[in-house]
Every structure is written in structure tokens, then in C-alpha cells.
Design a binder for this molecule. Structure first.
Ligand code: PXL
Length: 268
């Protein structure tokens, strides 16, 4: 009996842990629910702190309610005094105030392997950030980032460039890296032509291209950045994580499911 307990403890201590700080999406297609599912799919134990709640279905978002800052801070302190994740990601951050709390806590708890998905609008077209939040993410949070994963629309808003093709992606990734980011990955799923994603590590560009899949998909950005986060927790390097994320998301989009009357959710 005692032997069994010792064995179990050993197994638990080897388990890699990742944290998501993100919005709640009741459909589970996006938000921290999708992040947790992704961590699990990669064998990583998931922690989650909601930053904001949304009322939504596969058709759209009808209401947004941010978590009060003092309660948000209590969630972080209580969790991180006890557990240190190997990697973490941020998703929907509604206000500059919440961004400031996260930046402070990243310093306080010396958190490593931060992946930032600078969520801006929902796949159904609803604005998911208040004024000033994206500037705060760029100026306060980006300097802590190992990886950021904007799509071309977010890269455009963040840089003021019109990012529409590979050369635009390259220019935007160079500019975004100057905010203190280690690696920039811009996803081109919304581009015309084939779906090209681009990685820039400050030295070289790496791209992966896939055939475009027809249809509207919900949560692909959340799942993509969560695969990267889980892979960092597992000790992969960023380029390996990039390949894995592209592969998992593309396969899950290929078999996407209609669970409601609106957008399809990824199937994995
Ligand atoms: O896909 C972006 C996204 C992120 N986080 C939450 C969302 C959405 C899109 O709807 O609801 C909580």
C-alpha cells in the first residue's frame, strides 16, 4: 500500500503543469475551456484563472462581465503561492487594469514561458477588448513574452500596418518583436489563398503553409496558442511547438463539428 502511494506521488510530481488566464466561453469552443481541453490532449495538467466571463453561443456573444480586480488578484495569489506552472498563456484580457495586474504577478512569481494570444475580436465579429487593453498588452505584457500569437487582423491593429500577405506578416513580426518579445508567430488563417503561418525568432523566418479549409471555425486561435503553451511546458522548443500547433489545429478544423446553429467548433 505504502509503495503504491510513493509511486503515485512520483508520477504526479513528473506531471507538467500549464496555466491559462483567459475568458470563459460557455460553448467550450474558445476561452479557458478550450485551453484546458488542449492542455489535456497533450498530456499537460491545466490550471485556469478566468479574467472575464462571456455570455455566448455558437452564433454570437451577448454580454461580457469582467472579473473584479481584487477577486482576480486573489485567484492568482492563492493559486501561485501553491503551484508554479511550467508555462502559461493569456487569452481574452478585457481591460488595461487586468493586464497591469498580470504583468505585476508575472514579475512577483517569476513566471516563465509566457505565451500571449492578443485576442481582439470573436470569430463572430464582437469586440472582446475595451479601449486601452491592447496598448497595455503591447507595452506592459509583451516584454515578458516568450511567444505571441496574433492573427493577421490582430497584427494589423497592434502595428498599424495593413497585414494581408507574407511580406506584411514579416514586417509586422519584426515590429512586434521590438516590444521585447522573444518569438512572434503570426497566423494567417484569415488571409486570401493558402493558410500561411509565420514564425520570427529575431534571426530567421519560418513558415508553414496549409490548404485553406472552407467554413467558419470558432476558437482556433485559443487552441493554437494553447498547444504552444503545453509544448513549452513539456520542454519542446518554440519551433517544434509551432509545428505541433499547426498540425493539431488543422486536423481539428478538418473534422470540426456543428454543435449549435452557428460556427463549428474544433474537434480533437
Ligand atoms: O476566439 C477568441 C476568443 C477568446 N476568448 C473568449 C472568446 C473568444 C471568441 O469568442 O469568447 C472567451
Amino acid at each position: 500500500m505504502l509503495k503504491q502511494v510513493q509511486h503515485d506521488n512520483e508520477r504526479v510530481s513528473q506531471m507538467k503543469v500549464a496555466l491559462t488566464i483567459a475568458g470563459s466561453d460557455p460553448t467550450g469552443g474558445a476561452g479557458f475551456q478550450a485551453d484546458l481541453r488542449t492542455f489535456r490532449a497533450l498530456g499537460v495538467y491545466g490550471l485556469s484563472i478566468p479574467s472575464v466571463l462571456t455570455a455566448q453561443n455558437t452564433v454570437g456573444v451577448s454580454a461580457i462581465q469582467e472579473i473584479p480586480y481584487d477577486f482576480f488578484t486573489a485567484q492568482i495569489d492563492t493559486l501561485l503561492k501553491d503551484i508554479t506552472p511550467e508555462a502559461l498563456k493569456t487569452g481574452m484580457l478585457y481591460s488595461s487594469g487586468i493586464v497591469k495586474v498580470i504583468a505585476e504577478k508575472i514579475r512577483e512569481y517569476s513566471l516563465r514561458n509566457l505565451v500571449i494570444d492578443p485576442v481582439t475580436v470573436s470569430s463572430t465579429g464582437v469586440l472582446l477588448v475595451q479601449e486601452g487593453a491592447l496598448d497595455a498588452i503591447k507595452n506592459i505584457l509583451f516584454p515578458h513574452a516568450k511567444v505571441i500569437t496574433p492573427n493577421i487582423y490582430e497584427a494589423s491593429v497592434l502595428t498599424g500596418l495593413k497585414v494581408e500577405d507574407e511580406s506584411g506578416m514579416k514586417e509586422a513580426s519584426v515590429r512586434l518583436r521590438d516590444y521585447g518579445v522573444e518569438t512572434v508567430i503570426i497566423t494567417g488563417g484569415h488571409m486570401k489563398g493558402d493558410a500561411l503561418d509565420l514564425l520570427f525568432d529575431g534571426k530567421d523566418f519560418y513558415s508553414i503553409e496549409n490548404e485553406r479549409l472552407e467554413g467558419e471555425f470558432h476558437g482556433s486561435g485559443c487552441v493554437f496558442s494553447s498547444v504552444i503553451t503545453a509544448c513549452l511546458a513539456l520542454g519542446y522548443d518554440v519551433k517544434e511547438a509551432f509545428i505541433k500547433a499547426k498540425e493539431l489545429v488543422w486536423n481539428a478544423m478538418k473534422s470540426a463539428a456543428s454543435i449549435g446553429g452557428g460556427m463549428k467548433v474544433l474537434n480533437f
